[in-house]
Design a protein around this ligand. Structure first.
Ligand code: ADP
Ligand code: MG
Length: 733
């Protein structure tokens, strides 16, 4: 039935899961729900979809596989298509902004957010015969919610006589949250374990824990390269600034001749992106977008303010100086990297150089990088933290968990005995690392989830079978925000309990694949032909971090930041237009990028992140279609030469922003109060006790209006507000 390339077949037979095919398939045949637990690299993601296909499950419906990370959805669909010698029209993927599914698709990889949206449209997921929830141990919010929903959907489908199989796959991490949870699954589903052929990995702890882990990582990689036998090196760092800085240093001292210069790579990726707006337009019926954004992708700009370590030169370069060193083939890997560059890590590396991949968490369990013998683990992870009451968010680089450090170490034992170098002491590991990473749902606001659940008519969100329930206070806060936005209306039940139900505004809001506040903006945008502007603002806010933080190699960072800040001020304009502040900058930035044809050269020189601008463009098309779908009279289109808004439109835009960010307002502190506290240009904001400040990169940093509305508070050295516009006192209701 499936014709595989002999070489691929040989490689498959090496995978531990192949020996378990019968056990796995029998468990699935006899149970609606099966948990499949196996070490990373054992073949779960690439092989289980093939087992299902060969057992005929694709004849009864689509085989759906969810991934928490976009990188994995795209890469894995391509890998499985290749292994099965099937076209990508049959083994396809769908992620937030794009996909290649067709009416012939029988194996569909998607992000978990995409499937959640599909549940909203068709609760029973009638088109699917099997759902595989992959990487369940990552505990992404959407995965958690899907598992809760699917526990019920499976029962309903069984009642209907149209069985849906659910397979939950997880690396060998704690699965008790799924198995010891009778509210979720009763009876407990069987757990099939895949024994792994993992080679021993020797763990080496540092005696002392260094303060500058980026530098320490560099020293360790250099030492491994110089003193230890052949074998690939995999380095774990926290984000793209660190990754690029390390790649740069390693390439400098161990140059690899044939490696493409970064600028060449940039150009090819731009050409391949081959942007044609029509490619991305989809009818609103097929529009599926999720809202996932990985922490390590964002927060670069914010963190970079305080993070000078990645820029500082390594003082030890000299002591390693040795002209006899062999070359090193160094590749970065993180989610925001273009697909072509991501794929490079799977290509056969040149054999005259040492292979080295510098990655974020994405290499921990989602992608198995071949031929790794040494792992260098800085032990750090970047996460976004939210203050539960104020909603203040901050990016923090903290210790990862013991479970995740052990996963990282395991990456060294795939091809033979390996070594893991932990750049921290065993005391730190034992005392300061938490045992497991907390599920995402406990770490972020849940307003979008609550709205989605209400849209699926789950009235009592507190009773939902979460694998790990969030605090009821968090659910209440979300419900309150949604009531304030008019998406939910309070309602008394017969027993007198107050609950809330979705309003027609709320239903309309769920048609827009963005967070509830932004969806509300879209619902208000029809006044005075402001919609096209609102769409751009929402797209830019949703994509997050459209401005880049890094510059070109060798460029002076301070100079660059100052010239880009100047450009932003110019984009903001003056007079009334300036009062729209950072939102005007977003409009003008997107407009200018579009005018340039979204060229990466233009983005680079204007301090815009090219990949983000491409995403903004796609999202803009999708939102425009969604708006036309909700209101066919709108007849909106994406204007590549959009004019800036008129002064009266600017004013309406400010009012729309105010009504959606209602509580995110601040008032300038009097000169006297500032003097008393020995601070300058502070604002008071009822959300926090401490004063807040306009971020230096904001267009309103030098303007300092009396009243402001802002997108978010981000904590670095101070509490900074970002995404700022001026508002008038008489607009407050
Ligand atoms: P698991 O899901 O259990 O972690 P996978 O199915 O992802 O395991 O990986 C099984 C094997 O397939 C690994 O040895 C990995 O190196 C290989 N593999 C996965 N993706 C690719 C790819 N794009 N190119 C080459 N090999 C790959
Ligand atoms: Mg996997």
């Amino acid at each position: 039935q499936v014709n595989r390339d002999p070489e691929i077949q040989t490689a498959r037979l090496q995978l531990p899961i192949l020996g378990e095919e019968q056990a796995v398939m029998e468990a699935i045949k006899e149970n609606e729900i099966v948990l499949l637990v196996g070490e990373t690299g054992s073949g779960k993601t690439t092989q289980v979809p093939q087992f299902l296909y060969e057992a005929g499950y694709a004849l009864q419906g689509t085989i759906g596989i969810t991934e928490p990370r976009r990188v994995a959805a795209v890469n894995m669909s391509q890998r499985v298509a290749l292994e099965m010698s099937l076209p990508r029209s049959k083994v396809s993927y769908q992620i937030r902004y794009e996909g290649n599914t067709t009416s012939e698709t029988c194996v569909k990889f998607m992000t978990d957010g995409v499937l959640l949206r599909e549940v909203e449209k068709d609760f029973l997921l009638s088109n699917y015969s099997v759902i595989v929830i992959d990487e369940a141990h990552e505990r992404s919010v959407y995965t958690d919610i899907l598992i809760g929903l699917l526990s019920r959907i499976v029962l309903l489908r069984k009642k209907q006589g149209n069985v849906l199989k659910l397979i939950i796959m997880s690396a060998t991490l704690r699965v008790e949250d799924f198995t010891n949870n009778t509210a979720l699954f009763s009876p407990t589903p069987p757990v099939v374990k895949v024994e792994s052929r993992q080679f021993p990995v020797t763990i080496h702890f540092n005696k002392r824990t260094p303060t500058d882990y980026v530098n320490e990582t560099f020293r360790k990689v250099v030492k491994i390269h110089k003193t230890l036998p052949d074998g690939g090196i995999l380095v774990f760092l926290t984000g793209q600034n660190e990754i690029h800085s390390l790649c740069r240093k390693l390439r400098n001292i161990f140059p690899y001749k044939n490696s493409l210069k970064p600028s060449d790579q940039e150009n090819t990726s731009e050409k391949k992106a081959g942007i044609n707006l029509d490619d991305y337009s989809m009818s609103s019926k097929t529009m599926v977008i999720d809202r996932e954004m990985e922490d390590e992708d964002v927060g670069e700009a914010v963190i970079a303010d305080d993070d000078s370590s990645s820029e500082s030169e390594c003082h030890d370069t000299q002591c390693f100086d040795d002209t006899n060193s062999s070359p090193m083939y160094v590749l970065p890997l993180y989610s925001l990297l273009s697909n072509e560059k991501q794929r490079k890590v799977f290509e056969t590396p040149p054999d005259n150089a040492r292979f080295c991949v510098v990655a974020t968490n994405v290499a921990e369990t989602s992608l198995t990088i071949p031929n790794i013998k040494y792992v260098v683990d800085a032990g750090m992870v970047k996460r976004r933290y939210y203050d539960k009451t104020t909603g203040v968010s901050s990016f923090k680089i903290t210790w990862t968990s013991q479970a995740s450090a052990n996963q990282r170490a395991g990456r060294a034992g795939r091809v033979g005995p390996g070594h893991c170098y932990r750049l921290y002491s065993s005391a730190v590991f034992n005392n300061d690392f938490e045992e497991f990473t907390q599920p995402d749902i406990l770490r972020r606001p849940v307003d979008d989830l609550v709205l989605q659940m209400k849209a699926i008519n789950i009235d009592k969100v507190v009773n939902f079978p979460f694998p790990t329930p969030p605090e009821s206070k968090v659910l209440e806060t979300a419900e309150k925000l949604l009531i304030d936005l008019g998406a939910l209306a309070p309602k008394k039940t017969r027993k007198g309990v107050i609950t809330s139900i979705i309003t027609s505004l709320g239903r309309t809001m769920t048609k827009f694949p963005v967070s509830p506040r932004y969806a509300k903006m879209l619902c208000l945008g029809h006044q005075n032909q402001c919609l096209q502007y609102v769409i751009v603002v929402v797209a830019a806010l949703t994509v997050h971090e459209i401005f880049s933080s890094g510059g070109r190699e060798g460029e002076d960072k301070k100079e660059r930041i100052s010239s880009i800040t100047k450009l932003r001020r110019r984009w903001a304009g003056d007079g009334l237009s300036q009062l729209l502040g950072d939102f005007m900058v977003m409009l003008r930035a997107v407009g200018a990028a579009e005018f340039s044809g979204c060229s990466s050269k233009f983005c680079q020189s204007s301090g815009l992140r090219h990949k983000a601008m491409v995403e903004v463009r796609k999202l803009r098309v999708q939102l425009t279609n969604a708006v036309n779908g909700v209101n066919p009279d709108a007849q909106l289109y994406v204007d590549p030469k959009m004019k800036p808004p008129s002064p009266s439109q600017t004013k309406i835009l400010r009012q729309i922003i105010l009504s959606c960010f209602g509580e995110n307002v601040a008032r300038r502190m009097s000169a006297e109060d500032c003097a008393n506290r020995q601070i300058k240009n502070a604002y008071e904001c009822h959300l926090t006790e401490d004063p807040v400040f306009i971020h230096p990169t904001s267009a309103l940093f030098t303007v300092l209006p009396e009243f402001i509305v802002f997108q978010e508070i981000v904590e670095t050295t101070k509490l900074y507000v970002k995404g700022v516009a001026a508002v008038e006192p008489d607009w407050f209701a």
